[in-house]
Design a protein around this ligand. Sequence first.
Ligand code: BES
Ligand code: MN
Ligand code: ZN
Length: 454
Amino acid sequence: MTDFSALLQPDHGQPAHAIHIVDAAGFDAWLAQQTPSVRQSVAGQRFVGKPGSVAIVATDDGWYVVAAIESGPWALAKLAETLPEGVYRLDTEALLLGWLLGQYRFDRYRKAPNAGARVLLVEDETQIAQAIGLATATALVRDLVNTGASDLGPAELEQEAESLAQRHGATVTTTRGDALASGYPMIHAVGLAASDDRAPRLIELEWGDPAHPRIALVGKGVCFDSGGLDIKPAAGMRLMKKDMGGAAHALALASLVMAAKLPVRLHLLIPAVENAIAGNAFRPGDVLRTRAGLTVENTNTDAEGRLVLGDALTRACEESPELILDFATLTGAARVALGPDLPPLFTDDETLAADLLAAGIAEADQMWRMPLWNAYDEMLKSDVADLVNAPEGGLAGAITAALFLRRFVRNDIAWAHLDVFAWQAATKPGRPKGGEAYALRAAFAMLARRYPQA
Ligand code: BES
Ligand code: MN
Ligand code: ZN
Protein backbone atom coordinates (compact mmCIF):
# COMPACT_ATOMS: atom_id res chain seq x y z
CA MET A 1 0.00 0.00 0.00
CA THR A 2 1.10 3.49 -0.79
CA ASP A 3 2.82 5.18 2.16
CA PHE A 4 1.27 8.59 1.96
CA SER A 5 2.99 9.85 5.09
CA ALA A 6 6.29 10.09 3.23
CA LEU A 7 4.80 12.20 0.44
CA LEU A 8 3.86 15.31 2.42
CA GLN A 9 6.46 16.63 4.80
CA PRO A 10 6.80 19.67 7.04
CA ASP A 11 8.69 22.45 5.38
CA HIS A 12 11.84 23.28 7.30
CA GLY A 13 13.44 25.02 4.36
CA GLN A 14 14.93 21.80 2.94
CA PRO A 15 16.33 21.99 -0.59
CA ALA A 16 13.45 21.50 -3.01
CA HIS A 17 12.40 22.21 -6.56
CA ALA A 18 10.02 25.13 -6.62
CA ILE A 19 6.70 24.66 -8.36
CA HIS A 20 5.42 27.87 -9.82
CA ILE A 21 1.74 27.77 -10.72
CA VAL A 22 0.45 29.81 -13.66
CA ASP A 23 -3.07 29.79 -15.02
CA ALA A 24 -4.01 30.11 -18.67
CA ALA A 25 -5.33 33.64 -18.14
CA GLY A 26 -2.19 34.81 -16.40
CA PHE A 27 0.25 33.07 -18.70
CA ASP A 28 1.02 36.00 -21.03
CA ALA A 29 1.62 38.37 -18.13
CA TRP A 30 3.88 35.82 -16.48
CA LEU A 31 5.82 35.22 -19.69
CA ALA A 32 6.40 38.92 -20.21
CA GLN A 33 8.21 39.10 -16.87
CA GLN A 34 10.60 36.26 -17.66
CA THR A 35 14.16 36.51 -18.93
CA PRO A 36 14.76 35.66 -22.60
CA SER A 37 16.33 32.33 -21.66
CA VAL A 38 13.36 31.27 -19.55
CA ARG A 39 11.03 32.31 -22.38
CA GLN A 40 13.04 30.21 -24.82
CA SER A 41 13.15 27.21 -22.54
CA VAL A 42 9.42 27.29 -21.98
CA ALA A 43 8.71 27.78 -25.68
CA GLY A 44 11.01 24.85 -26.48
CA GLN A 45 8.77 22.66 -24.33
CA ARG A 46 5.70 24.06 -26.04
CA PHE A 47 4.42 25.27 -22.72
CA VAL A 48 1.64 27.79 -23.31
CA GLY A 49 -0.16 27.55 -19.97
CA LYS A 50 -2.61 24.86 -21.03
CA PRO A 51 -4.14 23.32 -17.88
CA GLY A 52 -2.45 20.05 -17.04
CA SER A 53 0.86 20.91 -18.71
CA VAL A 54 4.27 21.58 -17.14
CA ALA A 55 7.63 22.99 -18.14
CA ILE A 56 10.95 22.52 -16.41
CA VAL A 57 13.23 25.53 -16.20
CA ALA A 58 16.93 25.01 -15.57
CA THR A 59 18.84 27.44 -13.39
CA ASP A 60 22.53 27.71 -12.53
CA ASP A 61 22.10 25.49 -9.51
CA GLY A 62 19.21 23.18 -10.41
CA TRP A 63 15.74 23.45 -11.88
CA TYR A 64 12.22 24.48 -11.07
CA VAL A 65 8.79 23.64 -12.39
CA VAL A 66 6.28 25.88 -14.09
CA ALA A 67 2.87 24.22 -14.01
CA ALA A 68 -0.56 25.08 -15.31
CA ILE A 69 -3.15 23.25 -13.26
CA GLU A 70 -6.80 22.49 -13.69
CA SER A 71 -9.05 24.00 -11.08
CA GLY A 72 -10.68 21.84 -8.45
CA PRO A 73 -9.60 19.32 -5.86
CA TRP A 74 -7.57 17.18 -8.25
CA ALA A 75 -5.41 20.06 -9.43
CA LEU A 76 -2.20 18.58 -8.01
CA ALA A 77 -2.89 14.98 -8.96
CA LYS A 78 -1.57 15.05 -12.50
CA LEU A 79 1.43 17.06 -11.39
CA ALA A 80 2.30 14.49 -8.74
CA GLU A 81 1.90 11.74 -11.31
CA THR A 82 4.10 13.28 -13.98
CA LEU A 83 6.93 15.07 -12.17
CA PRO A 84 10.22 13.26 -11.68
CA GLU A 85 11.06 11.74 -8.31
CA GLY A 86 12.15 14.46 -5.92
CA VAL A 87 11.25 17.05 -3.33
CA TYR A 88 9.07 20.04 -4.23
CA ARG A 89 7.68 23.22 -2.78
CA LEU A 90 4.56 25.01 -4.03
CA ASP A 91 4.15 28.74 -4.30
CA THR A 92 0.33 28.62 -4.15
CA GLU A 93 -2.28 26.98 -1.91
CA ALA A 94 -3.96 23.91 -3.34
CA LEU A 95 -5.75 20.84 -2.08
CA LEU A 96 -3.10 18.39 -0.99
CA LEU A 97 -5.23 15.27 -1.40
CA GLY A 98 -4.61 15.26 -5.16
CA TRP A 99 -0.84 15.25 -4.63
CA LEU A 100 -1.18 12.08 -2.59
CA LEU A 101 -3.79 10.24 -4.63
CA GLY A 102 -1.92 11.09 -7.83
CA GLN A 103 0.65 8.67 -6.45
CA TYR A 104 -1.83 5.92 -5.45
CA ARG A 105 -1.15 2.55 -7.07
CA PHE A 106 -2.88 -0.80 -6.55
CA ASP A 107 0.16 -3.04 -6.34
CA ARG A 108 -1.13 -6.17 -4.61
CA TYR A 109 -0.73 -8.35 -7.69
CA ARG A 110 1.96 -6.51 -9.59
CA LYS A 111 4.65 -4.20 -8.38
CA ALA A 112 4.00 -0.83 -9.96
CA PRO A 113 6.85 0.39 -12.15
CA ASN A 114 8.25 2.60 -9.46
CA ALA A 115 8.37 6.20 -10.48
CA GLY A 116 9.79 7.14 -7.09
CA ALA A 117 8.30 9.37 -4.43
CA ARG A 118 7.36 12.92 -5.25
CA VAL A 119 7.51 14.69 -1.92
CA LEU A 120 5.83 18.02 -1.28
CA LEU A 121 6.98 20.32 1.49
CA VAL A 122 4.09 22.01 3.29
CA GLU A 123 4.12 24.50 6.14
CA ASP A 124 0.86 23.64 7.86
CA GLU A 125 1.19 20.30 9.65
CA THR A 126 -2.56 20.10 10.36
CA GLN A 127 -3.18 20.21 6.62
CA ILE A 128 -0.61 17.47 6.12
CA ALA A 129 -2.29 15.20 8.66
CA GLN A 130 -5.76 15.80 7.25
CA ALA A 131 -4.70 15.07 3.68
CA ILE A 132 -2.85 11.91 4.71
CA GLY A 133 -5.89 10.73 6.67
CA LEU A 134 -8.27 11.22 3.75
CA ALA A 135 -5.87 9.70 1.23
CA THR A 136 -5.32 6.65 3.43
CA ALA A 137 -9.07 6.13 3.87
CA THR A 138 -9.66 6.53 0.13
CA ALA A 139 -6.85 4.09 -0.63
CA LEU A 140 -8.39 1.57 1.77
CA VAL A 141 -11.66 1.66 -0.19
CA ARG A 142 -9.79 1.33 -3.48
CA ASP A 143 -7.56 -1.51 -2.31
CA LEU A 144 -10.44 -3.53 -0.84
CA VAL A 145 -12.58 -3.07 -3.95
CA ASN A 146 -9.70 -3.86 -6.32
CA THR A 147 -8.82 -7.08 -4.53
CA GLY A 148 -10.20 -10.18 -6.23
CA ALA A 149 -13.00 -12.01 -4.45
CA SER A 150 -10.86 -15.12 -3.93
CA ASP A 151 -8.57 -12.97 -1.77
CA LEU A 152 -11.33 -11.00 -0.09
CA GLY A 153 -14.18 -13.05 1.32
CA PRO A 154 -16.25 -12.54 4.48
CA ALA A 155 -13.33 -13.74 6.63
CA GLU A 156 -10.98 -11.15 5.15
CA LEU A 157 -13.54 -8.38 5.68
CA GLU A 158 -13.76 -9.50 9.30
CA GLN A 159 -9.96 -9.36 9.48
CA GLU A 160 -10.05 -5.79 8.15
CA ALA A 161 -12.48 -4.81 10.90
CA GLU A 162 -10.26 -6.54 13.47
CA SER A 163 -7.14 -4.70 12.41
CA LEU A 164 -8.98 -1.37 12.42
CA ALA A 165 -10.26 -2.18 15.89
CA GLN A 166 -6.79 -3.00 17.10
CA ARG A 167 -5.39 0.25 15.79
CA HIS A 168 -8.05 2.34 17.52
CA GLY A 169 -8.98 0.38 20.62
CA ALA A 170 -12.37 -0.80 19.38
CA THR A 171 -14.02 -4.20 19.87
CA VAL A 172 -15.33 -6.52 17.17
CA THR A 173 -18.14 -9.02 17.63
CA THR A 174 -18.97 -11.42 14.83
CA THR A 175 -22.15 -13.46 14.57
CA ARG A 176 -22.11 -16.59 12.41
CA GLY A 177 -23.42 -20.16 12.23
CA ASP A 178 -26.56 -21.04 14.20
CA ALA A 179 -26.66 -17.65 15.90
CA LEU A 180 -26.70 -16.02 12.46
CA ALA A 181 -29.38 -18.38 11.18
CA SER A 182 -31.70 -17.61 14.07
CA GLY A 183 -30.80 -13.96 14.69
CA TYR A 184 -30.21 -12.71 11.14
CA PRO A 185 -32.19 -14.97 8.81
CA MET A 186 -31.72 -12.86 5.69
CA ILE A 187 -27.93 -12.60 6.05
CA HIS A 188 -27.83 -16.33 6.63
CA ALA A 189 -30.05 -17.11 3.63
CA VAL A 190 -28.06 -15.00 1.17
CA GLY A 191 -24.71 -16.39 2.32
CA LEU A 192 -25.73 -20.02 2.70
CA ALA A 193 -24.48 -21.31 -0.65
CA ALA A 194 -20.92 -20.06 -0.18
CA SER A 195 -18.23 -22.56 0.82
CA ASP A 196 -17.60 -23.12 4.54
CA ASP A 197 -14.48 -20.96 4.65
CA ARG A 198 -16.53 -18.12 3.17
CA ALA A 199 -19.51 -18.49 5.51
CA PRO A 200 -21.84 -15.52 6.02
CA ARG A 201 -21.51 -13.37 9.11
CA LEU A 202 -22.48 -10.08 10.70
CA ILE A 203 -19.41 -8.10 11.73
CA GLU A 204 -19.97 -5.42 14.38
CA LEU A 205 -17.39 -2.96 15.63
CA GLU A 206 -17.97 -0.74 18.66
CA TRP A 207 -15.84 2.22 19.60
CA GLY A 208 -15.87 5.29 21.79
CA ASP A 209 -17.30 6.63 25.02
CA PRO A 210 -20.78 5.13 25.65
CA ALA A 211 -21.81 8.52 27.06
CA HIS A 212 -21.35 10.15 23.64
CA PRO A 213 -24.15 10.26 21.08
CA ARG A 214 -24.47 6.98 19.27
CA ILE A 215 -24.13 6.69 15.48
CA ALA A 216 -24.22 3.63 13.24
CA LEU A 217 -22.42 3.03 9.93
CA VAL A 218 -23.65 0.13 7.84
CA GLY A 219 -21.99 -1.24 4.68
CA LYS A 220 -23.09 -3.87 2.18
CA GLY A 221 -20.44 -6.57 2.31
CA VAL A 222 -21.31 -8.86 -0.60
CA CYS A 223 -17.82 -10.12 -1.37
CA PHE A 224 -18.95 -11.48 -4.71
CA ASP A 225 -22.35 -11.19 -6.33
CA SER A 226 -22.96 -13.93 -8.90
CA GLY A 227 -26.64 -13.04 -8.75
CA GLY A 228 -27.35 -16.39 -7.10
CA LEU A 229 -29.74 -18.76 -8.88
CA ASP A 230 -31.02 -15.70 -10.78
CA ILE A 231 -27.52 -15.69 -12.20
CA LYS A 232 -26.09 -12.56 -13.76
CA PRO A 233 -24.93 -12.61 -17.39
CA ALA A 234 -21.15 -12.47 -17.85
CA ALA A 235 -20.99 -8.73 -18.46
CA GLY A 236 -23.05 -8.02 -15.35
CA MET A 237 -20.93 -10.30 -13.17
CA ARG A 238 -17.58 -9.07 -14.41
CA LEU A 239 -17.08 -6.39 -11.77
CA MET A 240 -18.95 -7.98 -8.88
CA LYS A 241 -15.82 -8.26 -6.75
CA LYS A 242 -16.73 -4.68 -5.95
CA ASP A 243 -20.05 -5.59 -4.34
CA MET A 244 -18.46 -5.15 -0.90
CA GLY A 245 -17.78 -1.52 -1.83
CA GLY A 246 -20.32 -0.30 0.71
CA ALA A 247 -18.52 -2.21 3.46
CA ALA A 248 -15.23 -0.68 2.29
CA HIS A 249 -16.77 2.80 2.54
CA ALA A 250 -18.16 2.10 6.02
CA LEU A 251 -14.80 0.74 7.21
CA ALA A 252 -12.95 3.74 5.80
CA LEU A 253 -15.42 6.21 7.31
CA ALA A 254 -15.18 4.44 10.66
CA SER A 255 -11.39 4.73 10.51
CA LEU A 256 -11.67 8.48 9.86
CA VAL A 257 -14.10 8.91 12.76
CA MET A 258 -11.84 6.97 15.12
CA ALA A 259 -8.61 8.64 13.96
CA ALA A 260 -10.20 12.06 14.48
CA LYS A 261 -11.56 10.89 17.86
CA LEU A 262 -14.95 12.40 17.12
CA PRO A 263 -17.04 12.48 20.31
CA VAL A 264 -19.42 9.71 19.26
CA ARG A 265 -20.20 6.16 20.25
CA LEU A 266 -19.61 4.37 16.96
CA HIS A 267 -21.35 1.17 15.84
CA LEU A 268 -20.11 -0.23 12.54
CA LEU A 269 -22.11 -3.08 11.01
CA ILE A 270 -21.07 -5.17 8.02
CA PRO A 271 -23.19 -8.05 6.83
CA ALA A 272 -20.52 -10.05 5.00
CA VAL A 273 -21.62 -12.74 2.55
CA GLU A 274 -20.94 -14.23 -0.83
CA ASN A 275 -23.97 -14.50 -3.11
CA ALA A 276 -23.00 -17.89 -4.51
CA ILE A 277 -24.69 -20.77 -6.31
CA ALA A 278 -25.04 -24.29 -4.90
CA GLY A 279 -27.71 -26.88 -4.10
CA ASN A 280 -28.51 -25.15 -0.83
CA ALA A 281 -28.75 -21.68 -2.33
CA PHE A 282 -31.81 -19.59 -1.44
CA ARG A 283 -34.35 -19.67 -4.23
CA PRO A 284 -36.76 -17.43 -6.07
CA GLY A 285 -40.09 -17.90 -4.30
CA ASP A 286 -38.56 -18.74 -0.93
CA VAL A 287 -40.05 -16.76 1.93
CA LEU A 288 -37.41 -15.46 4.30
CA ARG A 289 -37.90 -14.59 7.93
CA THR A 290 -36.20 -11.43 9.12
CA ARG A 291 -34.75 -10.11 12.36
CA ALA A 292 -37.51 -7.49 12.34
CA GLY A 293 -40.18 -10.20 12.32
CA LEU A 294 -41.42 -9.38 8.81
CA THR A 295 -41.51 -12.02 6.10
CA VAL A 296 -39.92 -11.36 2.72
CA GLU A 297 -40.81 -13.20 -0.46
CA ASN A 298 -37.57 -13.52 -2.39
CA THR A 299 -38.60 -12.64 -5.91
CA ASN A 300 -35.02 -12.35 -7.20
CA THR A 301 -31.85 -13.76 -5.66
CA ASP A 302 -29.91 -10.95 -7.32
CA ALA A 303 -31.63 -8.40 -5.06
CA GLU A 304 -29.49 -9.76 -2.20
CA GLY A 305 -27.96 -6.53 -0.93
CA ARG A 306 -31.19 -5.15 0.49
CA LEU A 307 -31.79 -8.48 2.25
CA VAL A 308 -28.52 -8.52 4.16
CA LEU A 309 -28.80 -4.80 4.87
CA GLY A 310 -32.34 -5.21 6.19
CA ASP A 311 -31.23 -7.41 9.05
CA ALA A 312 -28.17 -5.24 9.74
CA LEU A 313 -30.32 -2.08 9.87
CA THR A 314 -32.70 -3.79 12.30
CA ARG A 315 -29.72 -4.58 14.52
CA ALA A 316 -28.42 -1.00 14.27
CA CYS A 317 -31.81 0.38 15.38
CA GLU A 318 -31.86 -1.83 18.46
CA GLU A 319 -29.17 0.38 20.00
CA SER A 320 -31.21 3.54 19.28
CA PRO A 321 -28.51 5.56 17.53
CA GLU A 322 -29.37 9.15 16.66
CA LEU A 323 -27.99 8.70 13.16
CA ILE A 324 -27.53 5.81 10.71
CA LEU A 325 -25.61 6.03 7.45
CA ASP A 326 -25.51 3.12 5.06
CA PHE A 327 -23.35 2.67 1.97
CA ALA A 328 -24.16 0.02 -0.62
CA THR A 329 -23.50 -0.93 -4.24
CA LEU A 330 -27.20 -1.64 -4.23
CA THR A 331 -28.69 -1.15 -7.69
CA GLY A 332 -27.82 -0.89 -11.34
CA ALA A 333 -30.79 1.47 -11.53
CA ALA A 334 -28.90 4.11 -9.53
CA ARG A 335 -26.30 4.06 -12.30
CA VAL A 336 -28.94 4.39 -15.00
CA ALA A 337 -30.39 7.39 -13.17
CA LEU A 338 -27.22 9.27 -12.20
CA GLY A 339 -24.27 7.54 -13.83
CA PRO A 340 -21.21 6.18 -12.08
CA ASP A 341 -19.84 9.29 -10.34
CA LEU A 342 -22.87 10.69 -8.58
CA PRO A 343 -24.32 8.59 -5.77
CA PRO A 344 -28.00 9.03 -4.99
CA LEU A 345 -28.73 10.09 -1.44
CA PHE A 346 -31.94 8.86 0.13
CA THR A 347 -33.21 10.24 3.42
CA ASP A 348 -36.42 11.52 4.99
CA ASP A 349 -34.46 13.78 7.33
CA GLU A 350 -34.30 17.29 5.84
CA THR A 351 -31.47 18.45 8.10
CA LEU A 352 -29.38 15.41 7.32
CA ALA A 353 -30.02 15.85 3.60
CA ALA A 354 -29.02 19.52 3.71
CA ASP A 355 -25.92 18.78 5.78
CA LEU A 356 -24.74 15.97 3.51
CA LEU A 357 -25.40 17.90 0.30
CA ALA A 358 -23.60 20.97 1.64
CA ALA A 359 -20.64 18.86 2.75
CA GLY A 360 -20.59 17.26 -0.70
CA ILE A 361 -20.24 20.64 -2.36
CA ALA A 362 -17.64 21.88 0.14
CA GLU A 363 -15.54 18.73 -0.26
CA ALA A 364 -16.08 18.40 -4.03
CA ASP A 365 -17.53 14.98 -3.32
CA GLN A 366 -21.15 15.37 -4.31
CA MET A 367 -24.29 13.31 -4.01
CA TRP A 368 -27.68 13.90 -5.56
CA ARG A 369 -30.86 13.54 -3.56
CA MET A 370 -33.46 11.08 -4.81
CA PRO A 371 -36.86 10.58 -3.21
CA LEU A 372 -38.11 7.91 -0.86
CA TRP A 373 -41.31 8.22 -2.86
CA ASN A 374 -44.09 6.99 -0.59
CA ALA A 375 -46.46 6.14 -3.42
CA TYR A 376 -44.01 3.51 -4.69
CA ASP A 377 -43.95 1.71 -1.38
CA GLU A 378 -46.88 -0.42 -2.54
CA MET A 379 -44.67 -1.89 -5.27
CA LEU A 380 -43.14 -3.92 -2.43
CA LYS A 381 -46.40 -5.83 -1.87
CA SER A 382 -46.20 -9.59 -1.96
CA ASP A 383 -48.93 -12.16 -2.66
CA VAL A 384 -47.74 -14.41 0.15
CA ALA A 385 -45.51 -12.45 2.54
CA ASP A 386 -45.19 -8.97 4.09
CA LEU A 387 -43.07 -7.70 1.21
CA VAL A 388 -40.96 -8.69 -1.79
CA ASN A 389 -37.31 -7.81 -2.26
CA ALA A 390 -37.53 -7.14 -6.02
CA PRO A 391 -40.74 -5.57 -7.32
CA GLU A 392 -42.01 -6.68 -10.71
CA GLY A 393 -41.19 -4.49 -13.67
CA GLY A 394 -38.16 -2.92 -12.07
CA LEU A 395 -39.22 0.70 -12.59
CA ALA A 396 -37.66 3.16 -10.12
CA GLY A 397 -35.28 0.39 -9.05
CA ALA A 398 -33.00 2.56 -6.92
CA ILE A 399 -36.00 4.07 -5.13
CA THR A 400 -37.78 0.78 -4.41
CA ALA A 401 -34.51 -0.67 -3.08
CA ALA A 402 -34.22 2.30 -0.72
CA LEU A 403 -37.89 1.91 0.27
CA PHE A 404 -37.21 -1.74 1.06
CA LEU A 405 -34.38 -0.68 3.38
CA ARG A 406 -36.64 1.91 5.04
CA ARG A 407 -38.96 -0.89 6.18
CA PHE A 408 -36.15 -1.98 8.49
CA VAL A 409 -35.31 1.44 9.97
CA ARG A 410 -37.17 2.92 12.93
CA ASN A 411 -38.79 6.13 11.77
CA ASP A 412 -37.61 8.11 14.80
CA ILE A 413 -33.97 7.64 13.77
CA ALA A 414 -32.26 9.91 11.22
CA TRP A 415 -31.12 7.61 8.43
CA ALA A 416 -29.44 8.18 5.09
CA HIS A 417 -28.75 5.62 2.39
CA LEU A 418 -26.06 6.08 -0.28
CA ASP A 419 -26.17 3.86 -3.37
CA VAL A 420 -22.51 4.01 -4.47
CA PHE A 421 -20.86 2.60 -7.59
CA ALA A 422 -17.48 2.19 -5.85
CA TRP A 423 -15.78 2.10 -9.22
CA GLN A 424 -13.99 4.55 -11.47
CA ALA A 425 -14.69 3.45 -15.04
CA ALA A 426 -12.04 5.55 -16.79
CA THR A 427 -8.78 6.92 -15.42
CA LYS A 428 -8.81 10.59 -14.38
CA PRO A 429 -6.09 12.56 -12.57
CA GLY A 430 -5.67 11.05 -9.11
CA ARG A 431 -8.35 8.47 -9.83
CA PRO A 432 -7.07 5.45 -11.73
CA LYS A 433 -9.58 3.06 -13.26
CA GLY A 434 -10.76 0.68 -10.54
CA GLY A 435 -12.16 0.88 -7.04
CA GLU A 436 -13.17 4.33 -5.88
CA ALA A 437 -14.66 6.01 -2.82
CA TYR A 438 -17.72 8.18 -3.25
CA ALA A 439 -19.26 10.56 -0.71
CA LEU A 440 -16.67 9.42 1.81
CA ARG A 441 -15.04 12.81 2.35
CA ALA A 442 -18.46 14.45 2.37
CA ALA A 443 -19.86 12.03 4.95
CA PHE A 444 -16.83 12.51 7.17
CA ALA A 445 -17.01 16.29 6.88
CA MET A 446 -20.71 16.15 7.81
CA LEU A 447 -19.93 14.03 10.88
CA ALA A 448 -17.00 16.22 11.92
CA ARG A 449 -19.29 19.26 11.76
CA ARG A 450 -22.08 17.56 13.71
CA TYR A 451 -19.79 16.22 16.37
CA PRO A 452 -17.10 18.84 16.90
CA GLN A 453 -14.22 18.17 19.26
CA ALA A 454 -14.94 19.57 22.70
N1 BES B 1 -24.78 -5.54 -6.74
C1 BES B 1 -25.90 -5.37 -7.59
C2 BES B 1 -26.11 -3.94 -8.04
C3 BES B 1 -25.12 -3.37 -8.99
C4 BES B 1 -25.02 -3.83 -10.28
C5 BES B 1 -24.36 -2.30 -8.59
C6 BES B 1 -24.14 -3.25 -11.15
C7 BES B 1 -23.48 -1.72 -9.46
C8 BES B 1 -23.37 -2.21 -10.74
C9 BES B 1 -27.18 -5.78 -6.86
O1 BES B 1 -27.04 -6.80 -5.95
C10 BES B 1 -28.12 -6.21 -7.92
O2 BES B 1 -27.83 -7.18 -8.56
N2 BES B 1 -29.21 -5.49 -8.06
C11 BES B 1 -30.19 -5.79 -9.05
C12 BES B 1 -31.54 -5.70 -8.40
C13 BES B 1 -32.67 -6.25 -9.19
C14 BES B 1 -32.54 -7.76 -9.32
C15 BES B 1 -33.97 -5.89 -8.52
C16 BES B 1 -30.06 -4.79 -10.19
O3 BES B 1 -29.76 -3.62 -9.90
O4 BES B 1 -30.20 -5.19 -11.32
MN1 MN C 1 -27.25 -8.70 -6.84
ZN1 ZN D 1 -25.23 -7.06 -5.11
